[in-house]
Design a protein. Structure first.
Length: 434
């Protein structure tokens, strides 16, 4: 049953404590306090965060399969599916290039690594995560990784792109078969109800996941370990915030929506992402909320999951800005032509960030090995603060994919603006699943 917003005059303490975002916020504050006062104990709280993230990751593949299959299987025309896919890819490429250009511009303007005078000969890859030195991301590897071993393994292995491929094929096949496949389509629709019920149960553990994630971060790293690298964190964070306000805010204005109202609508998801550093943990809820906002199911099913691999806005800014930071720290001068070459390489390698252990950090290592101008060992300079950089990366990316979904839906004419305005203003009933 849908839930109706309670009038403000009747909202007591009990009402607020039942709100998931309030519970998550309490978990965040408690995690920070434990991390500061009892860092040794706080580090052991990682189990809570890991359990929550694994539970959510467990359910991502079924959610994507059901949403995409239903979105494609119920669409009026397969040509519409193709249009949405093409428009999404165009949007993703343009935004990725823009993000990387912003990273280069900020790095050249502010020179965050200048003055560190690090000797490249003194660096070693010994302390780097194994994935950063053993994983290599290139176009053939990326293309092959999209194709699962079997149709069923795409769901069991949990990688988004293989699930997306199989779901699209399955939905197209249902559409092509016609009425004979109506029973299968109904079965998938009923399965989706079960899957979203499980999502609702798992989400109740989000406050514990938020507590564990923040306790680990503060207890393990602490502010005292950052030293001069704080400047890189500050520059990256401010860059992401300005990008969100200017670019995302501008795109939303074209759709008639407010960035701040959207952030308020997604406050629970953004808090969970901030605490757990996992974007996949909120994908099922993001899909539900985008539909509640007035985006058609077919656009949500195609654009949002694809964005998790093709529209990594925060990662794109991070890749070019970090590359310039490392080059400046080592005293390596990268010409404009070289920087543009780096941007071109990273336009490809960044598409493999999702589904790779270590994500953006591994992609940065792979990109540096391909470009060759900055040694991979230079990553030892930022490995200790990568968790902090990941906060900005992942928040920008999650919010960017929400904006992309709304923008593509508006572009395709499959966005109910009046419903979105009512939902964001609090005058529309919102599904309990959201």
């Amino acid at each position: 049953m849908p839930s109706v917003r309670t009038p403000a005059t009747k909202r007591g303490v009990g009402y607020w404590l039942r709100q998931l975002w309030v519970q998550v916020l309490i978990g965040v504050v408690a995690g920070i306090v434990v991390g500061v006062l009892w860092p040794g104990t706080a580090v052991r709280m990682q189990l809570l965060s890991d359990v929550f993230v694994k539970l959510m990751t467990m359910i991502v593949a079924p959610v994507v399969f059901c949403a995409v299959t239903l979105g494609v299987g119920k669409v009026d025309s397969l040509g519409r599916v193709g249009r949405v896919g093409v428009k999404s890819l165009i949007y993703f490429v343009v935004l990725t290039g823009l993000c990387m250009g912003v990273g280069l511009a900020v790095g050249n303007l502010l020179h965050p690594g200048t003055g560190m005078h690090v000797d490249a000969a003194s660096l070693s890859t010994t302390n780097l995560p194994k994935a950063a030195t053993t994983s290599h991301i290139d176009l053939p590897h990326f293309v092959l990784s999209v194709i699962p071993t079997t149709m069923f393994s795409s769901v069991t292995e949990g990688e988004i792109l293989p699930v997306l491929l199989v779901s699209i094929l399955f939905g197209v096949a249902i559409k092509a078969v016609g009425p004979a496949a109506d029973g299968i389509l109904l079965g998938v629709e009923n399965l989706s109800k079960i899957v979203y019920k499980i999502v609702g149960w798992v989400m109740r553990t989000a406050p514990l996941g938020a507590f564990g994630g923040l306790a680990l971060t503060v207890g393990k790293y602490g502010i005292g370990t950052l030293h001069q690298l704080l400047i890189l964190i500050a520059i990256f964070t401010v860059t992401c915030l300005v990008f969100i306000l200017v670019v995302f805010g501008g795109l939303l204005r074209l759709t008639g929506l407010s960035l701040f109202k959207l952030c308020r609508y997604l406050k629970e998801e953004l808090l969970i992402v901030l605490a757990t550093c996992s974007s996949e943990a909120v994908l099922p809820r993001m899909m539900t909320k985008m539909e509640n906002l007035g985006v058609s199911r077919s656009v949500v099913g195609l654009t949002l999951p694809a964005g998790y691999s093709f529209n990594l806005d925060g990662t794109a800014i991070y890749l070019t800005l970090s590359t310039l930071f490392l080059a400046q720290a080592l005293g390596i001068d990268l010409s404009l032509g070289t920087q543009l070459g780096v941007l071109g390489v990273m336009m490809l390698t960044s598409k493999g960030a999702a589904g790779v252990p270590g994500g953006a950090f591994v992609v940065l290592a792979s990109s540096l090995s391909v470009v060759g101008h900055v040694p991979v060992a230079a990553l030892t300079l930022i490995v200790g603060i990568d968790r902090f950089l990941n906060e900005g990366r992942i928040l920008t990316t999650v919010l960017g994919n929400a904006v992309a979904t709304i923008f593509i839906a508006k572009w395709e004419g499959e966005f109910d603006s009046s419903q979105a305005q009512q939902v964001l203003s609090g005058t529309e009933k919102v599904s309990a699943a959201a």
